[in-house]
Design a protein around this ligand. Sequence first.
Ligand SMILES: [Zn+2]
Length: 555
Amino acid sequence: MQFPMLSFSASRLLFLVATALWVSILPNIVSVKRFIDSPSAGDGVQAFAFVLGGWLAVVLATFTLLSLLGFFFWGRSVKLLCAIALIASAILGYFSFFLGTQFDKTMFANIVQTHTSEATELISVRLIAWVVVVGVLPALFLWRVPLVERARWFRHTMNHAAVWLALLLVTLAALFSQYSRYASAARNRDITFHTMAPTNFIAAAVSHYYALREQSIVRDLRGIDAQQKYKLPKPRLVVFVVGETARAQNFGLNGYARDNTPRMREEGVLYFRDTESCGTATAISLPCMFSGLNREDFSISKARAVETLVDVVLHANVRMIWLDNDGGCKGVCDRADVKNYNRTFDPRWCSEEGECYDEVMLEGLKAKIEESKQDTLLVLHVKGSHGPAYYKRYPPKFEKFTPTCKTNDLSACDRQHVVNAYDNTILYTDHVLGEVVTLLKGLSDQFATAMLYASDHGESLGENGLYLHGLPYAVAPLEQKRVPMLAWISPQFAQMERWDPQCLAAQTKKQRSHDNIYSTVLGLMEIDTKEYSKTLDIFEDCDTQPDPATTSPKR
Ligand SMILES: [Zn+2]
């Protein structure tokens, strides 16, 4: 079949812009629809601006991808690039639209492992018709438009850069003008990058490749010299509660106007009132706390290359249990005895969707600990104050501060109602910590017990229009970086370690950060290794007397 050449012509830049625009409409109909359907969209003009900003983001992503790939398609071959992009996007868009497929690294792995026979089963008349109309016909149309490049190379590059920059600025302005709405929509997964063809597919391929590479990384050994300096007359039981999204500013013990930490106050815990987190998101702070790297030196890749605090503790032959109600340990607990409570269906603590209150982890815990009378480090990774659905984090009887925001869409709520719900999450975390202390007291005949708690990062609750967390550290507000940290040391533990209560209390006045956690946990377990840093161990200053080892020989 011969198609006539069209009478008008277009420049290379126009080819790419036209392709990006087309791809951002029909092949991305699901991406756009998700913006329209999101409860965060609002009404009227606001909803229009929300959808327009979202659509611009799709155009920007597509145009950026085409511009980068354009380096490999000079001259007339740019038409080939446009044709591939149009047809590939049509195929991806089909699966997202008709089958609800989201292209992420798991889906990519799935595709790579699919047999030809399985793949052919997916082909249908509807698929072919869709791809012809949405991908092939526009590609043929572009193919017949003569490519005429009047601008010289340099001029063309400048024009291209100017168009990209203008698009970037307009999109950023649109997104930032309604930052909190987009943040809520993204957090609630109303909108997702995984439907955004064809950038989703390229990103999925790249992250699949990195995931494969990561799986093949064998961590360098850490702390193989680790051993306990001495044993206490009773085995140690130290619980480290890794908090989630609790910020110091709204923590009763930190001087907050609301008393939402009554149990920790009654227990007379050591509260470290000046504590800074390592990152502003779990994905940074959690690996950082367990990495032994300081915040300044920390990077995800460095941390992934070496064993973690969990491994060092295991090298010292200490029992290590990790219970998780917060979506996993980000690779830091691979060798521990791990139990994940995500998608547990215990009706006492969990919703029908399998989301559980943090107390679910205490169910049967006493018996589990008692299974083995040896030194034990227990990590409880709580869901704490994870947003934006703060109201889902605590049982109804902890709804003390009212009225509360009862939707995922924070922008739809009065700011004070958001704060009320958030303060209730802290009240519940206080209760969970109180229950841990009660449990430890109940085990005091058998174990010398202590508990350490630190939140992973803070949270913005509407200050300067910001919500949630995860801003780059350098620009993140203090609300996202100041975290509560506290310790409960049983009188028996302190006595056996010969720690003076006044000395312990004095340690709370110093500036602390996540940098302190690694060596403090090693110190609490009395694990000796070259990985341990005396200066970072919060309680080291109270170790003024000779080690009890001189009086109680090593077992
Ligand atoms: Zn977190």
